[in-house]
Design a protein. Sequence first.
Length: 458
Amino acid sequence: MSTHAHYKEEFGPRKQKLKKTLQKSSQTPKSAGTDGSAKLSKKNENDVNYRAARAEHFAKEARAAHEKHAAAKTPAEKAEHLATIAHAEQRAGVHSRFVTKHAPGSELADQATKHHHVAKSMHESARGEKQRNEEAEKKQEKIEAKKTEEKKDKETKSAADELKKAKELHEKAAAEHQEAKKTYEKTQETKNQSTDTKSDLTSVQIHKTQSLGGGTNEVKLVHLADGSKAVFKPTSGESGVNESPGIPWKTEYRREAASYSLAKDLGIDTVPETTTRKIKGSDGSIQRWVDGTIVKDHNGPIDRHSVEQIRLLDFVSGNDDRHSGNMIISADGKAHAIDNGRSFRTVPSGPQMPIKTVGQFAGMGLTPQIHDRIKSMDPAKIAQTLNSHKIEHEAIEHTLNRIMFLKKNPDALAIPESLKDAPKLLQADHLVRIGENAHKSLDDDDKKTISKIMSGLR
């Protein structure tokens, strides 16, 4: 069926009714001819009927789209149906105004206006729903933003609490460390006072001497008049055999005494009291006797801190003769450094370590007390101490090289985990290589400091 036939069939009765309405109307339609006739032209009559039908059509389209809009689940679907409603409302308005203009007061005009109002109300309803949804979304966004902010504040507070807790634990640990340090220093002071009450090794009367045998040089066990014992190494007993580079002959006794003085400067107590003395016409070193077993024969626990003290002493002094027979372990597990005559060489050197102490303490780092000792080392004071024992200036300068290196690289003194299962030679000589090359890593400021200290000795 053609469009013209469709509208003729559907709107023919309305057209006849419109004619009668206009004939009865006392008002002249705005669409009347120029002669004021109330009759519509054939063209205008068709247009009015068409426009009225279109207004009704778009009202139905708006209503249908509104129902779909209400049932839509996604924002995209709702937006599509809202656009359809808006278009229908706009077109219904255009057709309604046309009918009202050309057939004012007629039933078709009233119906067209009503259709437009229906489409308009559908549009307003859909827009209202959209607005409410948008407001609800904004409200929900604010709620979510508030929740997020509250969660963030809670996490920030939690992190701050954790940081505060960690800080408190750190401060507590630091306080405990300081307390332990004070206790240790007090204990050492008590020990030193106890040692000081003993007779003076330089003057106590000798009760008897006996040869200990073994070793390269002559060693005598001395029984003192106060009932204690000591070890005496006379220069006359230095055979000169296996003389090490950088250790002048008949000077080991001075190096023994210098090692004890160095230990006191470093604040460590692992070297038995040692000094120089003349016995039966021979100069030599005398060292208090320590009861215990040499480290290679010791099967019990070994005190880690005392071992690290000896490692520090040997690194600074460059003693590469700390084999398993030159460390005594007393009954309480403490390590003691004996036989220190191969210290302070006039050539670059580094410390040897007893194999047993390498594997046992590999990968454990350094104790806080040793870090403190390294930090507090006074190169100038140590240089004066060694100079007072007539240690050669070349040896003192090499000692200062190792001190300056160690103050900047304290963890170099620790035994790395990798040495635990390494060959014995690598274990023993690990620090030897580091000590021998310490001078190569010094900067100009270090060298100036050493030069200034050395110039003060001359």
